[in-house]
Ligand binder design. Sequence first.
Ligand SMILES: Nc1nc2c(ncn2[C@@H]2O[C@H](COP(=O)(O)OP(=O)(O)O)[C@@H](O)[C@H]2O)c(=O)[nH]1
Ligand SMILES: [Mg+2]
Length: 323
Amino acid sequence: MRLVDSLLQGNIRALAKAITAVENGLPGAEEILTALFPYTGKAHVIGVTGAPGAGKSSLVDCMIAYYRKLGKTVGVVAVDPTSPFTGGALLGDRIRMQDHFLDDDVFIRSMGSRGSFGGLSQGTKNVIRLLDAFGKDIIIVETVGVGQSEVEIMNVAHTTLVVLTPNAGDTIQVLKAGVMEIADIFVINKSDLDGAHRVKTEVEAFLCLKEKLEEKDEWDIPVIPVVAIKNQGIDSLCTSIAEHKAHLLGTDKWLEEQRLRLSKEVQDMAALKIREHIFNELKNNAQWEQLVDKLYNKSLAPYEAVDYILDNFFNSVYDNRYK
Ligand SMILES: Nc1nc2c(ncn2[C@@H]2O[C@H](COP(=O)(O)OP(=O)(O)O)[C@@H](O)[C@H]2O)c(=O)[nH]1
Ligand SMILES: [Mg+2]
C-alpha cells in the first residue's frame, strides 16, 4: 500500500492522511491499521489526565519542549481539545500554533471522543498506533479528567500522570473518586499558588495510607510539584516518567500489560462488530416487525425473542463468512 509505505518512510502527509482515514472510519482504514500493526509497540505512551483547567495542555507543552531537547520525536493526541497546545511555542521555540500541527518532530492531533462508548474511543487507540508505527518515541495522550476517560487512559498509556492543583477544591474527594488507581505519577501543577504544599502533603498522606492497607506495589508513586507556566519542575517530572518506564521494563510488566490489553481490545472490537451485525440484520430482516408485534401482544417473551433471533436470523451471515 502506497500510503503505508510512505508513512513508514516518515512522510508526515501520509501520517495525517492515515489519521484522518482511521479517525473517520473511511474505507481502507482497517487495512492501513493491519499493515502497520507489526511496526507498533516501540513508543512510550504517556497519559495526562486531570480536571479541566488543571494545566494539562500547558504541562504537555513543557514536556514536548523537554523531549525535543533530548532529540526525541513526540506525538500528541488531545482528547480534550478545549485548550490549545502551542507545541512548545510558549517556551520560545519557533513553532507555529496550528490545529493540525505539522512539524517534523512534533505531531499534535486534537480529537473528539465521538464514536466512543464514553471516554477514549477505539479511534484514539488507533491514532496512537499510527503515531507509534510512524516512529514517534513519545506519545502523549491528554484526556479531560471526567469519569470514564480517566480510567480508560490507563488501558492505553504505559505511564499515567494525574494532574492536581491547589485550587481544585477538596483533594481527598478527588483521590477517593478513583484517580488513585490510575496514577503512576501525581503532578501538583500551579505550585506557584497558595496551598500547593498542602495538596502535596495530602496526596502523600493518602498514598502512605494506601500502602499500609494494600500489599505494597514495587512502584512508589511520586508526587511532583511543577509550575507549567514557568516550565518549573519538568526535569524532575520527566526523570520520574523515565524511571517508571524502566520499572515496567525491569519487571516484565511492560510485556504482560501489552498482552492483557491486546486481548481486551480484541474482545471489545469483536463485540462491537457483532453488535453492528445484529443491528444491521434486525433492521433489514422482514421478520423483525412481526417479532415485535408478538412481543407487544405478549405471545412472545423477550428471552424467547432473543433465542429466536440468534437461532434464525444469523445463519446466512455466518454461512456467507465462513463457508
Ligand atoms: N498559576 C498557574 N497557572 C497555570 C499553570 N499552568 C497552567 N496554568 C493556567 O491554567 C489555565 C488552564 O491551563 P490549560 O493548560 O489549558 O489546562 P487544561 O484544561 O488542563 O489543559 C490557563 O489559564 C493556564 O495559563 C501554573 O503552573 N500556574
Ligand atoms: Mg487541555
